[in-house]
Write a protein that binds this ligand. Structure first.
Ligand SMILES: C[S@@+](CC[C@H](N)C(=O)[O-])C[C@H]1O[C@@H](n2cnc3c(N)ncnc32)[C@H](O)[C@@H]1O
Length: 284
């Protein structure tokens, strides 16, 4: 078998076959302008596996070693950009408004547990931000309440980083010095480890958002954050994912999507909520 030279071009036919495979497995839709991106990412895998064509790579994915390679593929093709306290107005809407209402609804149900899902959590900054907010409310709003944060992603690479919980200062840039001091232990010049109290509040697991029957295994939630991932899906997948969230939410519970990801046009049983410089949704 001859290895592909690093600059081997992906034919349009190869691209369409790979693109359709990825779409079927992840819901991520690459249009023609992303051919170079895929070529770049997958050339690496093809070389490492000593394969000689994209067709062989697809056969490998569908063959005996396919499950492990799928993990590698997901690591390669996902975009995992994130940071602590990302989109501050929306995080503050959660802290100042949504959390209060969610706690009141949970208490009215007779529950002392608040369940939050960070769907597509990447390397953990989003769920740890939510844990931080709940921990800071420990002696006030959250008194007598336990917060459980379920954080999921399809990339094992970022999930491993999230479980480790060690971050550099760039991703912490939106936090106040008091928050960094209160929630992290500095381990090196630019290495801050999330304190065990926060880590205990978050459980990380691999979950693929196109695994529609799997949603019910995660249980019911008071708040779902699904930010900056719907943009990678086409309309058909978005509708099914949002339906999955709808079914996973408690009555009147909350869904927060990324600021460029309106779900309003889908009219799927959510009411739009306006906050100061942020929006959210509530299950009708
Ligand atoms: C840009 S990050 C968003 C992280 C975080 N929610 C935020 O807003 O900062 C998008 C994440 O979605 C994940 N992702 C993409 N497709 C997915 C799928 N089908 N199921 C679960 N996660 C997926 C990627 O692995 C990536 O970590």
């Amino acid at each position: 078998m001859t290895a592909l030279p690093a600059n081997t071009q992906m034919s349009l036919q190869d691209f369409l076959a790979v693109r359709d495979f990825i779409y079927g497995r992840t819901g991520i839709f690459f249009n023609e302008s992303k051919q170079y991106f895929l070529e770049n990412r997958l050339n690496r895998r093809i070389q490492d596996l000593n394969l000689s064509s994209y067709r062989e790579y697809l056969a490998h994915l569908q063959g005996l070693g396919g499950k492990d390679e799928l993990t590698q593929l997901f690591n390669e093709i996902t975009t995992n950009e994130t940071s602590f306290w990302r989109n501050p107005p929306q995080i503050e809407a959660f802290q100042k408004n949504i959390l209060h209402e969610a706690v009141a609804l949970a208490k009215a149900r007779g529950s002392s547990r608040l369940r939050i899902w960070s769907a597509a959590c990447s390397s953990g900054e989003e769920p740890y931000t939510l844990a931080m907010i709940c921990a800071e409310a420990r002696d006030g709003l959250m008194r007598g309440m336990q917060a459980e944060i379920v954080a999921t992603d399809i990339s094992e690479r970022v999930l491993a980083l999230a479980r480790e919980g060690v971050y550099g200062s760039y991703t912490l840039r939106n936090l106040t010095p008091a928050q960094v001091k209160g929630h992290f232990i500095q381990q090196g010049p630019d290495a801050f480890k999330v304190r065990p109290e926060l880590q205990q509040m978050v459980s990380f697991r691999n979950f693929n958002l196109v695994d529609y029957p799997g949603y019910r295994m995660l249980g019911s939630f008071d708040v779902i954050f699904c930010r900056n991932v719907l943009i990678y899906f086409d309309e058909a997948v978005k509708i099914k994912v949002i339906k999955g969230f709808h079914e996973s939410l408690q009555p009147k519970a909350f869904l927060l999507v990324g600021h460029s990801e309106s779900i309003h046009s889908f009219n799927v049983g959510f009411e739009l909520l306006h906050f100061s410089k942020a929006m959210g949704y509530r299950k009708r």
